[in-house]
Design a protein around this ligand. Structure first.
Ligand SMILES: [Zn+2]
Ligand SMILES: [Zn+2]
Length: 428
């Protein structure tokens, strides 16, 4: 038994906030209340800390199978736990591509053996993510996928997207799209604008994203399936999602911490600033923050994309896209709260009930619910050091950044997966 005492519990499902103790027995919450006691229970004192349902990351890359020098399911899960995440959804652009149920089963088995957080894989939409024929989606769902996507690239054609959404609608699976018109973006390494001209780097316009979002929203209107837009970065894309929602279409979207924090003005000749979609303009960034606050954005997702140093330590043009993100996500989200741009309740929603809803799940703190909790400080000062990361990779633009507030403990199925200032990270 694990008893979490004296924390300030924020439960977005009931929009409640207050002092509450939580008792977990086995993998489930068995009691909540004030002044709880339980004979023989391990006590976790959460005085001064916030306790919420477990954070869910809808979008990450764990690089296993195939690129284990950059990340593994084990190292990625540990980094996720250190970031406060209790469940993470790895994208299928592994080697081989996760487009069939035998890969799903091997990932699920591997995660059960070595991962300290829940791993909910996302399967490929098309065979080999080649954009030609649908992958064996139903068999992958039986084996444990929670969504499909060809992330790394968009679902290649409107016709294939329509087929995928028609197929996934009855299965209750969302289709997650990396929206990019590859003909407009071709060759670009950062956002097109005054900064790309100054740096002499080839830019990709915001329209490369929003034209694809527009296509996807139109197709969603034809099918009735659920569409989720990955790592939305442009104001024009956000406006399309807002309009789709106002028409009642089942369209959702996520925004990454790097896109709501940095802009193209921050880009240097440093490959830690190279990701896709690229860092956007200040106007876009401000629109994303407004979308996070007003509910147009459903979830914060990291798009944690580790790359070993050998891949990233090259010229900007040649480096792969992607930055790590698990361990800095809460700290960056809290920057918005401290700046008065987002309420703490809304931030918690964006990490918990928001992503759960995208997957057709619920998250709340109540008896019989899973014993998955995230405990964090809003005040403790700390500095992120990429070299101390649990990830195998170091490609973070936030190395050395000072934060106010961050993860204190991560509880997954009743076990402590991570505890700050503990002797070591607890493995199960
Ligand atoms: Zn992507
Ligand atoms: Zn991605």
């Amino acid at each position: 038994m694990l008893l979490i005492k004296n924390g300030r519990v924020i439960d977005p499902a009931s929009r409640s906030e207050g002092a509450l103790d939580i008792l977990i027995d086995g993998e489930k919450i068995v009691r909540t209340g004030t002044g709880l006691a339980a004979e023989g229970a391990e006590i976790l004192d959460a005085t001064g800390l916030i306790v919420t349902p477990g954070f869910i990351d809808l979008h990450c890359h764990l690089r296993e199978p195939g690129q284990e020098l950059s990340e593994t399911i084990e190292s990625g899960a540990l980094a996720a736990a250190r970031g406060g995440f209790t469940a993470i959804c790895p994208m299928p652009n592994t080697q081989p591509v996760h487009d069939n149920a035998s890969v799903t089963r091997s990932m699920v088995d591997r995660a059960k053996a070595v991962a300290v957080v829940r791993v909910w894989p996302i399967g490929a939409a098309s065979i080999g993510s080649k954009g030609e024929a649908l992958a064996e989606i139903s068999a992958m769902q039986d084996a444990g996928i929670v969504a499909i996507s060809d992330d790394g690239k968009p679902v290649a054609t409107a016709r294939l997207l329509r087929q995928a959404m028609d197929y996934c609608g009855p299965l209750g699976l969302p289709v997650i799209d990396h929206c990019e018109d590859v003909s407009l973006a071709a060759g670009g390494v950062m956002r097109e604008g005054p900064r790309s001209i100054r740096l002499g780097l080839k830019g990709m316009p915001a329209a490369a994203e929003s034209t694809c979002v527009g296509r996807d929203v139109e197709v969603a209107g034809l099918t009735g399936g659920r569409l989720h837009i990955a790592h939305l970065s442009a104001r024009s894309s956000l406006e399309l999602v807002r309009a789709a929602k106002s028409k009642g279409l089942p369209v959702t979207c996520e925004v990454t911490p790097h896109h709501f924090t940095l802009t193209d003005e921050d880009v240097q000749y440093d490959t830690r600033y190279k990701m896709n979609p690229p860092l956007a303009s200040r106007e876009d960034r401000d629109a994303l923050i407004a979308g996070l606050a007003d509910g147009t954005v459903d979830a914060i997702a990291t798009d944690h994309a580790p790359h070993e140093a050998a891949l990233k330590d090259v010229e900007f043009d040649r480096a792969p896209f992607g930055v790590t993100g698990f361990e800095t996500a809460i700290g960056l989200g809290l920057e918005l709260v401290h700046a008065g741009k987002l309420s703490l309740l809304r931030l918690v929603e964006l990490f918990t009930t928001g992503p759960a809803r995208v997957l057709g799940m619920q998250r709340r703190i109540a008896e019989n619910e899973p014993g998955d909790l995230t405990i964090f400080s809003t005040e403790q000062k700390w500095t992120y050091r990429a070299e101390e990361s649990a990830s195998k990779s170091r490609n973070s633009p936030f190395d050395g950044r000072e934060f106010r507030g961050g993860p204190a403990a991560t509880i997954v199925a009743g076990r402590i997966a991570y505890q700050r200032n503990g002797t070591t990270d607890a493995h199960r």
